[in-house]
Design a protein around this ligand. Structure first.
Ligand code: 5HY
Length: 244
């Protein structure tokens, strides 16, 4: 089984860490290929970043289809390009926000999300409701650490821990979902410190793809996620034209 884990931003050190988090949860016979697109933003912290990360994500899915990928993880908490990726992928495509938040509902009545910047809180709420887990989401909080500072700020872990602790108290929630792929390597330590399940969306999404592929399940091509209709694409996107 080959699971392609796509970090939609172009920061390779983050991609390496994401790959390690994904490989930690797969079983024998499962290969994880962790990649960043060749084009796009260094980090995704706004709708503009999100939008401009999607062509690179889709390019990696199209390459994965040629390369025999059995399923995909979109390893950014905004799940950029998720639905479009499902149209061009044969196998399952799972985003870390969807997997993280849905996994939390198996473990407690309510969960809290701790993410990076306050400007992404609204989008996280929107995703929770889109995925049908809005009622279980008790709160979304930002630790105000820019994505790429997660790797370099020595105070990052302690600030995230404090934000998680505050969220649990404020919300009375049972589970914490980490709202950034860049927080993946804090997950186990945070859970031990807090005494509650802390979910890394990278691990949750990778395990979900592995389970779906193991069950022999693929993305339905009956209606909404059928391949895009063949048409002309002009300008810089010429290479993205669906095959006729
Ligand atoms: C992520 N951005 O997981 C998101 C987190 C965020 O570059 N990888 C990014 O802040 O939305």
């Amino acid at each position: 089984m080959l699971i392609k884990v796509i970090n939609p931003n172009t920061t390779l050190s983050m991609t390496k860490m994401i790959g390690e988090s994904a490989r930690a949860v797969v079983g024998p016979g499962v290969t994880v290929e962790a990649v960043s697109p060749s084009m796009g933003p260094a980090s995704i912290e706004s709708h503009y970043d999100d939008a401009l990360s999607v062509p690179g994500v889709l390019q990696e899915v199209l390459l994965g289809e040629e390369g025999g990928a059995d399923g995909y993880v979109i390893a950014c908490f905004g799940d950029p390009g998720l639905l479009a990726a499902r149209e061009v992928a044969a196998g399952p495509v799972v985003g870390i926000a969807e997997a993280g938040m849905k996994s939390a509902t198996y473990l407690g009545r309510t969960f809290s999300v701790v993410t990076t910047l306050g400007r992404t809180v609204g989008h996280t709420w929107e995703l929770a409701h889109r995925y049908g887990v809005g009622a279980a989401c008790a709160g979304v909080y930002a630790c105000e650490i820019p994505v790429l500072d997660l790797e370099t700020d020595p105070a990052a872990r302690s600030r995230i821990l404090a934000a998680c602790r505050d969220a649990l108290v404020r919300d009375g929630s049972d589970v914490v979902v980490l709202g950034c792929a860049g927080m993946a390597d804090f997950c186990v330590d945070l859970s031990a410190s807090l005494g509650v399940p802390v979910i890394d969306g990278v691990a949750a999404a990778t395990a979900t793809v592995q389970a779906l592929v193991t069950l022999g399940l693929r993305t339905s091509k009956r209606l909404e996620f059928a391949s895009p209709a063949a048409k002309t694409y002009d300008g810089m996107l010429q290479g993205f034209a669906p095959p006729r």
